[in-house]
Design a protein around this ligand. Structure first.
Ligand code: ZN
Length: 337
């Protein structure tokens, strides 16, 4: 039996999944192992290999059954998995600088390894849920987490990676946010240096740096103002919004409208079959998800008649999206021989 593995290397944990040739996932939900990425490539790759053994035992398969491994990590990295020489939040150890993590893992595991960045892997999973493995559909996925990741799938199997690996880096596309009602005087600044890109409007970081300070200045009596720490307070916004807190709902409305403006740009660029929203921000009740999607649609400018009914869907199982997308890419490579 030919099986592929999906390995999602995050900041603190590695998540594993396995996919059979007939497209059955052998692990439900998360199967996590500590990442140890702060200790550099040597320790981290040993840890990934060890965790793969644990996960395989859990799924009841032998390591020798694994034909191809899909790996995804946060960037910045090249399309083939060479990590940025400038380092990154998740790969702070100096030995990661310019490290070819795809090749390193391929040598370690003695089998082919294919690489995707975590946004593209998540996008591939979201696309697969809607359209299956064999399709010629196109989709654009936005994953709202600490930052804003995502990806673009065209003609079913092709993830847009780009010349330098930045293809589908949707978070830094500028948004005409001044048109969002109720945000007069807002200056959403991104860590990348831009003002008003999608990540600066639609992410946990955006809530902490821009949206929460903006709305608390106008509502100093709100319960979150008493916390006195925007980072701590930002993590409470989603829960309060779900419970109907007007200020926190307003924050999510602004995020949804920003996403609507962004999706409008994508509709006009790709004319995709579906738009997909995932990530921790919408790991909420179905009712809240439905409200959020309706606000995304409200935030979009009027669409052409032919495109007005474009589906906007929530990505299921968002916490396993990276590993599952990496496994789907591995299966594609296995089938292509
Ligand atoms: Zn940015």
């Amino acid at each position: 039996m030919k099986i592929v593995a999906g390995i999602d290397l995050g900041g603190t944990a590695v998540n594993y999944t396995f996919l059979t040739g007939d497209e059955r996932f052998l692990i439900e939900g998360l199967c996590e192992h500590p990442a140890l990425s702060r200790e550099g490539p040597g320790v981290c790759l040993t840890q990934i290999e060890h965790g793969l053994g644990v996960a395989a035992a859990l799924a009841g398969i032998a390591i020798s059954d694994i034909a191809v491994v899909g790996l995804d990590t946060p960037g910045p990295a090249s399309a083939n998995g060479v990590l940025s020489a400038r380092g990154s939040t998740n790969f702070v150890h100096p030995d990661w600088s310019g490290y070819d993590i795809r090749l390193g893992l391929e040598i370690r595991l003695a089998r082919p390894v294919v690489y995707l960045n975590d946004g593209n892997a998540g996008a591939l999973w979201g696309h697969y849920v809607l359209f299956g493995a064999n399709n010629t559909a196109s989709s654009v996925s936005a994953l709202i987490g600490t930052g804003l990741g995502g990806g673009v799938i065209v003609d079913g199997e092709v993830v847009i990676r780009g010349r330098k690996g930045f293809g589908g880096e949707l978070g830094h596309v500028l948004i005409p946010y001044q048109s969002i009602a109720g945000t007069e005087g807002l200056r959403p600044e991104c860590n990348c240096g831009r003002t008003g890109d999608l990540e600066a409007l639609c992410s946990l970081t955006a809530i902490e740096k821009s949206l929460l300070p903006y709305f608390l200045r106008r509502n100093p009596g709100h319960q979150l103002a008493a916390i006195g720490d925007f980072r701590k307070a930002s993590k409470l916004v989603r829960g309060l919004a779900e419970n109907g807190d007007p200020l926190c709902l307003e924050i999510f409305r602004v995020q949804a409208h920003a996403l609507g403006l962004f999706f409008d740009e994508m509709v006009n660029t790709f004319d995709p079959d579906a738009l997909i929203v995932g990530g921790g921000a919408i790991e909420t009740s179905a009712a809240f998800q439905a409200w959020f999607i309706s606000e995304v649609r409200n935030g979009m400018p009027v669409q052409r008649l032919e495109q007005a009914d474009i589906p906007i869907r929530i990505m299921p199982d968002g916490d396993t999206a990276g590993a599952r997308g990496a496994a789907i890419e591995a299966l594609r490579v296995l089938r292509a021989g």
